[in-house]
Design a protein around this ligand. Structure first.
Ligand SMILES: [Zn+2]
Length: 490
């Protein structure tokens, strides 16, 4: 059996034959060649945002221009925002250099070697040509797709890239990427992600070479769809200089984020576990014969770090409960290790399908404990409020929902002995805050506490913290005074 598998692996990863390489080369000649393409585009970009409910999709529209040949990609674009504001960005890329001025910035951004090496993936939304050139020029790094003789595969940094050539036209029909990059808020906790770019409505440009007039991106395993309409295609005789060359351009070393953790023992039963590398604070509550943990940010690695810290603090007690204040990634992204730990997941009923989705998401590229040993989730529903107690110490979880002005599932945790509330991200004030700067979230939280008749002295916040020098502990009386003054202004 093992020998058969090895043999199959050998076949799958075998190098291209001459005929296969000819196919790539024909495609390259038909649609790339030596030309510089110039076109305008209109892009509809769908994205997950931190809205009131899981899977809330935002939409932005970009208009822009591209100049591209086989190795260089220049782009400038504008996003029109609903408030009338225009945001601009510019990019000049070739395989050795990436000059980029991002939205709301005036300076050229720093670029790491990994970003530069993987940047080709960012061109796929507008043109397949640079990637096709890469495949054609690096045939020693390209293998034939195991199930499709018109499909080719290569590994580009963290991306497994597959490129498909149409059998009849010899033009690129689609390119897909397979990765598990959790550097973007959209992808946290989702594990393996496939994005597929479809190239459609090819036009013969000025009788020379073909270019698609539409790119459709099926993103995040089909959850989101972007479209890019390409107009006014023409062959240009030179690239337009969009960004003046800086005196010095240096590629930065890749930044490696190391876990940075401190523990605060707040009271006999309450610990804060501060994850400085995420800018968040998790909560551990120690009861007589079990432990509860709240808030596990961004990805499984953080969940595993948290569990290790909890086991140091309370070596022989099971983590009976895991709870999150709301569904956003800084609270749920690292839930998977708690599922494999066997903890009960406390949440409102509406969140169960979202958490089940994170639990079901394949993590084959970066296997975590749950991938290695699938475990069924144990949910325990929270309806309005839940008391967690060992008969002595008490913690009460309250569902304040849309009173938070942040999410519909919002929960806060109350500790009657300490007169403490722990919440995620509703308070943004300090000694210098004036009543006119008090927002709906602060008022909503304050009123929810009052409506519940809770006796509160102090409020702890989970995010966003150490790196930005924001406050993480608040005096409830000070909040009350500020909110009362703010209400007089309304
Ligand atoms: Zn949030």
């Amino acid at each position: 059996m093992k020998a058969v598998l090895l043999f199959l692996l050998f076949i799958i990863s075998s190098q291209l034959t001459n005929a296969q390489h000819d196919k790539l080369n024909q495609s390259f000649q038909a649609q790339v060649g030596t030309e510089i393409f110039h076109f305008e585009f209109k892009e509809k970009n769908a994205y997950l945002y931190h809205g009131m409910n899981p899977w809330d999709v935002g939409m932005s529209i970009k208009n822009g221009k591209v100049w591209a040949n086989k190795t260089q990609f220049y782009k400038s674009d504008t996003i029109k925002r609903n408030n009338g504001e225009d945001l601009h960005s510019k990019i000049e890329y070739d395989s050795e250099k990436l000059l980029s001025i991002k939205y709301r910035k005036n300076n050229i951004s720093e670029v790491s070697q990994s970003e530069l090496d993987a940047f080709l993936v960012n061109t796929l939304k507008y043109t397949p040509n640079l990637m096709l050139n890469y495949f054609n020029a690096h045939k020693d790094r390209v293998t034939q797709n195991a199930n499709n003789e018109n499909g080719f595969t290569t590994q580009l940094k963290e991306y497994q890239v597959e490129l498909f050539v149409d059998e009849k036209t010899n033009l690129v029909s689609k390119i897909s990427t397979f990765s598990s990059i959790e550097s973007d808020d959209q992808y946290y906790g989702f594990g393996d992600v496939t994005d597929v770019y479809y190239y459609e409505n090819y036009e013969l440009v000025e009788g020379k070479t073909y270019h698609p007039q539409e790119v459709i991106l099926s993103e995040l395993n089909g959850k989101l769809k972007d479209t890019v309409e390409i107009q006014s295609l023409q062959i240009a005789d030179h690239l337009i200089d969009l960004i003046p060359d800086p005196k010095l351009f240096e590629i930065q070393e890749d930044e490696i984020v190391k876990p940075d953790i401190t523990i605060e023992h707040y009271s006999e039963n309450v610990y804060f576990i501060n994850l400085h590398h995420c800018g968040t604070r998790s909560l551990m509550v120690e009861f007589e014969d079990f432990v509860l943990v709240a808030e596990s940010p961004l990805n499984s690695a953080n969940g595993e770090i948290l569990i290790a810290e909890v086991k140091k603090l309370a070596p022989n007690k099971p983590i009976k409960y895991f709870v999150f204040g709301h569904f956003h990634p800084h609270y749920t992204g690292g839930v998977r290790p708690f599922i494999s730990e066997g903890s009960k997941i406390l949440c409102v009923e509406e969140n169960q399908t979202y958490i089940q989705h994170i639990a079901d998401a394949a993590h084959t590229l970066l296997p975590d404990a749950l991938q290695k040993k699938p475990t069924e989730i144990k949910f325990e529903e929270i309806y309005q409020a839940k008391l967690i107690t060992d008969g002595k110490f008490k913690m009460i979880i309250y569902h304040i929902g849309k009173k938070s002005h942040h999410t519909n599932d919002y929960m806060i945790y109350y500790f009657p002995k300490e007169k403490l509330v722990f919440q995620d991200d509703l308070l943004w004030f300090d000694e210098n805050t004036t009543p006119d700067k008090v927002g709906d979230k602060m008022i909503g939280f304050h009123d929810a506490v009052k409506d519940l008749n809770l006796d509160v002295i102090e409020v702890a916040q989970n995010w966003s913290v150490f790196d930005k020098k924001n406050k993480m502990m608040f005096d409830f009386k000070q909040l009350s005074d500020l909110v009362e003054k703010a209400k007089l202004l309304k």
